[in-house]
Design a protein around this ligand. Structure first.
Ligand SMILES: Cc1cc2nc3c(=O)[nH]c(=O)nc-3n(C[C@H](O)[C@H](O)[C@H](O)COP(=O)(O)OP(=O)(O)OC[C@H]3O[C@@H](n4cnc5c(N)ncnc54)[C@H](O)[C@@H]3O)c2cc1C
Length: 279
């Protein structure tokens, strides 16, 4: 049987937190669907956040001018990355689906999860200049952010005090997940569970369980494919002229980041296009 594997990368200190309840719901629902579910509980594992020389076993190529990216790429090739990184890379390799479960910290992920991203998604293992974005190494895998906030949804809207959540999500969803080739599923956002009455929190968890039942059938978010760009340093990796011309009559930019000076495409980082719609 082709049993699928899900990896949940979990970043919360408290096993009684709402994030833990969201994680537990995902484990139950996915296991009920026949998934093998693996959880990396980063605080419980005391996962190291900082990217240092200690991540490399053996001699450095250039100890006097240490370059983390280059040294870890070489160490990955030779199987000389530290054991904690290798274990996480094995989990990523085996996963068909990765869910990052965390409370939003400073418009981003908690430092321990940023450390997981910095240390586990090594050059060579997760990306190269030839294998990025729609040509990315993990293009057969799905990944998504599932997170809680302190803010309300209205605070994170284009006219809310925090600004548009689509802009907030762009670095993680495009710069990390899409960059490595993952098909990025729409994020699951639990707005301000700390300010909700218990019955509303229970409904949020119910909604999450319901979504999980059809998660793998969902369309991913859309990002412009590599074919849209001239992929060379000489051409600057810029949008091809013919694509630019095609886009000229569109009312919105291509994506939150590729806005071309036009209004941002609404909900580009929070909603996948419905099946059958033009991407
Ligand atoms: C350093 C830092 C930076 C931050 N930056 C931001 C930011 O940039 N933007 C932002 O919006 N917020 C920010 N926050 C706030 C943070 O995102 C929220 O505090 C967090 O997301 C709340 O999630 P939690 O799991 O910790 O909630 P909890 O406090 O654990 O839970 C909320 C409520 O749910 C209850 N609960 C637990 N389990 C269940 C269950 N099974 N069923 C029902 N209820 C349950 C809990 O008892 C509690 O009453 C920041 C916080 C910190 C510490």
């Amino acid at each position: 049987m082709d049993r699928k594997t899900a990896l949940i990368v979990f970043a919360h200190q408290n096993p009684a937190s709402f994030n833990a309840a969201v994680r537990d719901a995902a484990v139950q629902e996915l296991e009920a669907q026949g998934f093998k579910v693996v959880v990396s509980d980063l605080y419980a594992m005391k996962f190291r956040a900082s990217a240092t020389k200690d991540d490399i076993i053996g001699d450095l190529k250039n100890p006097d001018k240490f370059q983390y990216g280059e040294e870890t790429m070489l160490a990955w090739k030779d199987g000389r990355l530290s054991e904690d990184i290798r274990q996480e890379q094995d989990k990523v390799k085996q996963a068909d689906l990765i869910i990052f479960q965390f409370p939003m910290y400073w418009f981003s992920v908690p430092a321990i999860l940023k450390g997981w991203i910095d240390r586990v998604l090594t050059q060579g293992f997760a990306f190269s200049l030839q294998n990025m974005y729609s040509n990315g190494i993990f293009r057969g895998k799905k990944a998504m952010l599932s997170f809680t906030t302190g803010s309300t949804q209205s605070m994170c809207s284009p006219d809310g005090i925090n600004g548009d959540i689509n802009v907030v999500l762009w670095p993680l969803q495009n710069g990390t997940l899409n960059f490595c080739g993952f098909q990025v599923l729409a994020p699951q956002i639990f707005w301000g569970p700390g300010h909700c009455p218990p019955d509303v929190r229970a409904k949020l968890l119910e909604g999450w369980r319901a979504r999980l039942k059809g998660l793998l059938e969902e369309n991913p978010l859309t990002f412009p494919p590599c074919e849209f760009f001239d992929l060379s340093f000489m051409a600057g990796f810029k949008l091809k002229q013919e694509v630019r011309e095609e886009q000229a009559c569109q009312p919105f930019g291509i994506s939150t980041g590729h806005h071309l000076g036009k209004p941002l495409p609404p909900d580009n980082q929070t909603k996948a296009p419905p099946t059958g719609s033009k991407k």
